[in-house]
Design a protein around this ligand. Structure first.
Ligand SMILES: [Zn+2]
Length: 301
């Protein structure tokens, strides 16, 4: 199975900024050592971004004319390198969604930028990769009905904004009730979890939510945001899952989605452990859960 990366396209970050730029390179190296084939993602054309986002926002991003307030909300200073990387991050998700539709599963070692909405870019998220990927698959006539399973610890406000009036895309977000964003845009199904929620309660809530979301969505293509930030040691999350619990979460989502026959595209989303190695452990374990299922799929053909 092929997965996509964009980790070589780095951008300048101020000291003490909490964006975990190292995790992408460390993860790519770990996944490479596991023998997984990795391709570098291409930047998506501007027209693909304008088809989903407000063209005026895209123009401000392209030309470096975001307002001071917008840049503060983004949490990362604008640079040409940041924009290039953002376009490649979306490119990885588009490619992974295409592979998922061909082979059942696809994964981008990035993406999951779910705080980017139609006319806003915030919370480290420049473009909404999942929305652009689904738009492309629809434009190419490859899929229509979709489900987004967002298990990042932060609520998927940008995704909810983009799909709010879309009857063919069901959005599910499972997140810390007291986590960012503090002003929500409602998903089709939001599950607010108390601070300190551990493995058992989390997995039970997730299973219940999938029971509702999967039949409602009737999806041909599902996106899974496998955020590492519900981990108990995460600096920006308030939940208390263990690494074993996060793997059980990945397996539950992947197996439930695959059982419906939907193509599944997996993206990383957030992860802000004090030691980036812990985030990489969690992400690498997600990659193994995905690639092991891809092998099984090929074997039974
Ligand atoms: Zn997050």
């Amino acid at each position: 199975m092929i997965v996509w990366t964009h980790d070589r396209w780095r951008f300048p970050l101020p000291e003490h900024n909490r964006f975990p730029i190292e995790k992408y390179t460390l993860l790519r190296e770990r996944v490479e050592a596991d023998g997984v084939e990795i391709l570098e993602a291409e930047p998506v054309p501007w027209a693909w971004l304008e088809a989903v986002h407000d063209p005026a926002l895209i123009e401000r991003i392209r030309s470096g004319s975001l307002s001071v307030r917008e840049e503060r909300g983004l949490g990362i200073p604008w640079s040409e390198a940041l924009v290039e990387r953002g376009r490649r991050s979306v490119g990885g998700t588009v490619a992974a969604a295409g592979l998922a539709l061909e082979q059942g599963l696809g994964m981008n070692l990035g993406g999951g930028t779910h705080h980017a909405g139609r006319a806003f870019a915030r919370g480290y998220c420049l473009f909404n990769d999942v929305a652009v990927a689904l738009d492309r698959m629809r434009a190419e006539g490859r899929a229509r009905r979709a489900l987004v399973v967002d298990c990042d610890v932060h609520q998927g406000d940008g995704t909810a904004d983009l799909f709010g009036s879309d009857p063919d895309c069901f959005t599910l977000s499972l997140h810390g009730a007291r986590n960012y964003p503090f002003k929500r845009i409602p998903s089709d199904l939001d599950v607010d979890l108390e601070s300190g929620t551990g493995d058992a309660a989390y997995l039970a809530a997730l299973a219940d939510a999938l029971d509702v979301a999967i039949p409602r969505a009737g999806a041909e293509l599902a996106f899974y945001l496998a955020g590492a930030d519900p981990w108990h040691g995460d600096r920006l999350g308030r939940l208390a899952l263990t690494k074993e619990g996060l793997l059980a979460r990945d397996e539950l989502v992947l197996d439930r989605l695959r059982a419906t026959g939907a193509a599944v595209c997996v993206v990383l989303a957030g992860g802000y452990a004090k030691d980036v190695g812990d985030t990489v452990d969690i992400n690498a374990s997600t990659v193994r859960a995905v690639t092991s299922r891809s092998v099984a799929l090929r074997d039974c053909r």
